[in-house]
Design a protein around this ligand. Structure first.
Ligand SMILES: [Zn+2]
Length: 288
């Protein structure tokens, strides 16, 4: 599933290609992932792309309406599990499961392809934009350490669940959560409220470094992620713990374990990321 670095990679690609371009026409295939397909067909033709930005795990494509007297609007795009959005020449072969075609005024096409159709596309009216963005959690790349600590250390929930909660942080998914926790040497089962300032500091730094490195590598392509040019990312070669069950920890050589935490497969090193339980008891026993 595309997470922050993958969606950011797609958004940056679209941002370099689309602003200033006018959409001439829209053609739709299957529409069960589109909220109100008629609104897309009504609002997009004739409108001009202003900018493309990522918020959490989704993108907003802002449009200037055909007529300056009409209110501005945006197209929200969530790539779901298998969505891809590419800008291409119209003569390029159409990939199977391509359900949205937008013809641009420079002759190219924006195509949205989504085999599993867990994605989402919908028109967000000017008034609905703020309400939508208010629901997205902290942006991991721009939040301060203090803001991050406030969100985490006040919660008696597992750190893995907190990092995945899109109302706490926007954009983290299973891969970057596990990679951040491994780098910070924190077990995914630890409770947010039980992390000390040092742990929060390590996690904040690790998360930002992992996300920045992954964006640099244009995301992870573990199943079929591609960017807006149709090219895969390569951060999957730099994963340190995700999907490495039974393999040796890059730091200490212990075999990586997998457990279900927060309802998700979680990979961790049992030596570098010790389980939370029994810490106080052990300390007491060693004193006697
Ligand atoms: Zn280890």
């Amino acid at each position: 599933m595309p997470e922050l670095p993958e969606v950011e990679t797609v958004a940056r690609g679209l941002q370099s290609a689309l602003p200033g371009r006018r959409i001439l026409s829209v053609r739709l295939g299957k529409t069960d992932f589109i909220e109100d397909p008629a609104a897309l067909e009504r609002d997009l033709p004739g409108s001009r792309v202003e900018s493309v930005r990522r918020y959490g795990k989704f993108m907003l494509i802002d449009f200037q309406p055909r007529d300056a007297s009409e209110p501005k609007f945006a197209l929200q795009v969530h790539l779901g599990m298998t969505g891809r959005m590419v800008v291409t020449a119209p003569e390029e072969l159409v990939a199977p499961h391509t359900h949205v075609f937008m013809t641009l005024d420079d002759g190219r096409e924006v195509r949205y392809t989504d085999p599993r159709r867990f994605g989402l596309m919908r028109i967000v009216a000017d008034g609905g934009r703020e309400a939508l963005l208010a629901k997205v959690g902290l942006e991991p790349l721009t939040a301060s350490e203090l803001e991050f600590r406030r969100r985490i250390s006040t919660r008696r929930a597992r750190i893995k669940a907190l990092l995945l909660d899109q109302h706490v942080l926007g954009g983290m998914g299973n891969i970057y959560t596990d990679e951040s926790l491994w780098r910070a040497r924190i077990n995914p089962k630890r409770l947010g409220a039980n992390l000390d300032a040092g742990g929060i500091h390590r996690l904040y730094g690790a998360m930002r470094r992992v996300l920045a490195e992954a964006i640099e590598s244009r995301g992870s392509s573990i199943s079929d992620f591609v960017d807006s040019y149709g090219l895969p990312g390569n951060f999957q070669q730099k994963h340190r713990v995700y999907d490495r069950e039974g393999l040796k920890c890059f730091r200490c050589g212990t075999r990586i374990k997998r457990a279900i935490v927060a309802g998700r497969s979680s990979y961790f090193c049992p030596h570098c990321q010790p389980e939370p339980r029994g810490r106080k008891k052990k300390a007491r026993r060693s004193r006697s």
